[in-house]
Design a protein around this ligand. Structure first.
Ligand SMILES: C[S@@+](CC[C@H](N)C(=O)[O-])C[C@H]1O[C@@H](n2cnc3c(N)ncnc32)[C@H](O)[C@@H]1O
Length: 324
């Protein structure tokens, strides 16, 4: 089992690694990015992952790169370092998480419907069995961007009235049947529903908002923010975050006195478009298909106010919050 890092060379180039620098790998995973950072420059790397299994996997590197590398279990939203030269996020789940059936992230093998990156707290089964039909439809439509959300939510509620839904394969089949089978689709009909549940269970959009703001505070002038995302909602959030902060916003004037005072850009961007994987990488690694990389350079202006996570599926988010 291994994890092939996506957009590795592109992410490293964007970080502009330099000897003596201090870099943050916000999502250690299998350590592909951290290893490459340490091999490209005589630098120090501080890495994080919220998954305890990733920390165990990183023990060897912690030992062999002692003094240059430290790995912490925790969420990148809680990052509180200062004066760093670069922060890189490689979002989503690792192949380790997907391939270990018992983690419950995948519908390729039967396991408990779990999906908790931290192995703690409420699981995907709690969401499926305890959210209202309206909240489930909201979640699958907004987070999963699945037009069949209402049909899927109805099927979930009908099925759980007979017995709780606890297993991945049972759940995937239920979703598949609710939309009338596979109909020649390239991806499994439950893909988007699984993704939506994973994002809710791990508060992935909230974490991204907190992580971006934490990185903004951590970076020193000239430091690089680099983000690889795999979901259009995440890519959109990253794009808005850096383009808004790279542009002086809301210049108040006597014609529009209600606008907030002008803000000094906290980032600059060289390239507005996202970098995507090459055809060769996509052919070799299907995970690369949806990858998108954006980066920006920190200016010396103060960090802006904390980014508010978008309330995308308010009904699902409110019900989920109540269950905590
Ligand atoms: C795509 S993998 C990273 C792969 C890594 N770049 C590599 O080359 O092996 C994403 C990792 O980020 C971790 N992760 C996701 N959200 C996180 C968060 N909010 N805080 C810390 N780690 C997170 C996941 O547990 C997973 O191990």
């Amino acid at each position: 089992m291994s994890h092939a890092p996506v957009l590795l060379a592109e992410a490293m180039d964007a970080l502009a690694l330099a000897d003596g620098g201090l870099y943050v790998d916000a999502t250690f995973g299998g350590g592909g990015y951290s290893r490459e950072m340490l091999s490209r420059a005589d630098c120090r790397v501080v890495a994080f992952d919220r998954d305890p299994d990733a920390i165990v996997r990183g023990a060897e590197l912690s030992e062999s790169a002692k003094g240059k590398f430290t790995l912490h279990q925790g969420r990148f939203g809680d990052l509180s370092l200062e004066q760093v030269d670069g922060v890189v996020f490689d979002l989503g789940v690792s192949s380790f998480q997907l391939d270990e059936a018992e983690r419950g992230f995948s519908f390729q093998a039967d396991a408990d419907l779990d999906m908790r990156m931290e192995k703690d707290g409420l699981s995907a089964a709690d969401a499926v069995n305890r959210l209202s039909e309206g909240a489930l439809a909201d979640l699958i439509y907004r987070y999963g961007e699945d037009d069949d959300s209402r049909r899927i939510a109805r099927a979930i509620v009908q099925a759980r009235a007979a017995a709780p839904i606890t297993r991945t394969l049972h759940f995937a089949k239920l979703v598949e049947d609710s939309v009338g089978g596979r109909r020649g689709a390239r991806t499994h009909p439950a893909t988007k529903t699984f993704q939506a549940l994973r994002m809710l269970v791990n508060d992935e959009l909230g974490e991204l908002a907190r992580g971006l703001s934490a990185a903004e505070r951590a970076l020193k002038p000239g430091g690089r923010l680099v983000v690889v995302s795999f979901h259009s909602l995440e890519d959109r959030m990253v794009k808005h975050f850096i383009t808004e902060r790279a542009d002086a916003q809301g210049r108040g004037s006597r014609y529009a006195p209600d606008l907030p005072p002008e803000r000094t850009p906290s980032f600059s961007i060289d390239r507005k478009r996202a970098t995507v994987s090459s055809d060769a990488e996509t052919a070799a690694n299907p995970r690369a298909r949806s990858a998108s990389l954006r980066w920006a350079t920190r200016t010396d202006a103060p960090a802006w106010d904390e980014l508010e996570p978008p309330a995308l599926a308010p009904r699902a988010e409110a019900e989920w919050q109540k269950l905590q």
